[in-house]
Ligand binder design. Structure first.
Ligand code: ADP
Length: 379
């Protein structure tokens, strides 16, 4: 009768809660936390063990997540509990925002009296990220077809014009002023050709060759390349925090991403005597995601580049990742858009944390190991 014994065990409810991957937090009518499980502690970033949290006021336990506290307390007031709603959690400075999908249940005693409210929730962030990536890939596919057709139509006449300009220059060999004008035409034609190539480069599907990549070594190389492109007299402080294993990635593509981020930072700080770029590489804590129905721990390697340049004003923060958005006179505006595309194709994300006047922080998160790779199988 082992089964019957375990069913009667008073701890059974706690075991059950502890084994659930969903987060559960319940409060009583005095707004005190009665039950919380590990899933809730992890997603809501609660400090203290389950037993330390239990019994404390909800507002205190959820002081870092006031929106979640408000939702719970509002449900106590007898309003119809929400089923299947979403909430964006407050993230600590520099951490990506998290979204949870939750259901609220009124807890009633045997006589139907209300005794509290329970919130059951899941972290939706991994799903949102992959949705975002899928949307980006769709947009790029449509854009790619159009751009490839357009590029063909533009490049051929451009090449023809360049040949004609060359012929013209030869005929005007004795007239230096006219020759200079023809040179201007040729330079402009090349600039249009470059723009078309950039556009095509951006929309072309990313084909990645995977190899083990030591991100810290790659960062050092990218900084060297960036120095050949921008004259930068400031400081670069590099740090690898803890042990970071090689990741499976396309080294060429990743080097281009990091070089572009470093070049942007150098350009933003050009001429500043106190310029400093902080670059760190570290592994982030595991987050849990439900991949194809399997609860999987995801580890990320995080590359952070923080400069102390002018930063990026709020009104253009979203736009910097749009293709062809640039605030530079000679910029192409494809650097960050391409970086986002490459990082997304590696299953990662790139985020910007910046306020006008306070420098820019770009954070690239790349999976530490391919979640689709079976253990023991080569990536
Ligand atoms: P480009 O460098 O050709 O302009 P990007 O896509 O690399 O294209 O960057 C887009 C825009 O983002 C830049 O024109 C600039 O306004 C802004 N930007 C990027 N990185 C930084 C940075 N570190 N500091 C300030 N602004 C930046």
């Amino acid at each position: 009768m082992r089964g019957a014994t375990s069913l009667l065990a008073p701890e059974f409810a706690d075991w059950m809660l502890g084994s659930m991957s969903s987060g559960v937090i319940a409060i009583d009518t005095d707004e005190r936390v009665v039950r919380v499980n590990d899933g809730a502690r992890r997603v809501l970033r609660l400090t203290g063990s389950v037993s330390e949290i239990s019994g404390r006021p909800c507002a205190e336990v959820l002081s870092e997540q006031p929106a979640a506290a408000r939702v719970l307390v509002a449900a106590l007031s007898g309003q119809r509990p929400l089923s299947r709603a979403e909430l964006v959690l407050d993230a600590p400075m520099g951490q990506p925002a998290q979204t949870i999908g939750f259901t609220l249940t009124t807890v009633r005693d045997d006589r139907g009296g209300m005794r509290g409210v329970a919130m059951i929730f899941r972290d939706l962030t991994p799903f949102e990220r992959s949705d975002e990536q899928a949307r980006l890939q769709d947009r790029l596919a449509a854009l790619g077809q159009m751009a490839a057709g357009l590029a063909h139509e533009i490049r051929n006449p451009l090449a023809g014009m360049e040949v004609v300009a060359g012929l013209l220059k030869r005929r005007l060999a004795d007239l230096p002023d006219e020759c200079a004008l023809v040179d201007q035409i040729t330079a402009e034609l090349r600039s249009v050709a470059d723009t078309v190539s950039d556009a095509l480069g951006y929309v072309r599907p990313v084909v990645s060759a995977r190899a083990p990549v030591d991100l810290s070594a790659l960062v050092a190389e990218a900084i060297e390349v960036a120095r050949t492109r921008v004259e930068f007299a400031g400081k670069v402080v590099r740090e690898e925090r803890g042990r970071v294993d090689p990741i499976s990635a396309d080294p060429e593509q990743l080097r281009a991403v990091v070089t572009n981020l470093v070049v942007n930072a150098f350009e933003a700080m050009e001429g500043d005597a106190n310029a400093c770029l902080d670059v760190t590489v570290e592994e982030s804590e595991s987050t849990r995601a439900n991949i194809h129905g399997v609860e999987t721990a995801l580890r990320y390697v995080v590359l952070t580049l923080g400069d102390n340049g002018p930063g990026i004003p709020d009104d253009i923060r979203e736009k910097v990742f749009y293709p062809f958005f640039t605030t530079k006179q000679t910029g192409s505006g494809v650097g960050l858009a391409s970086a986002q595309k490459v990082v997304a194709s590696h299953g990662g994300t790139i985020e910007l944390d910046s306020r006008s006047g306070k420098g820019a922080v770009f954070r690239v998160r790349l999976p530490a190991e391919d979640p689709h790779t079976e253990q023991g199988e080569q990536a």
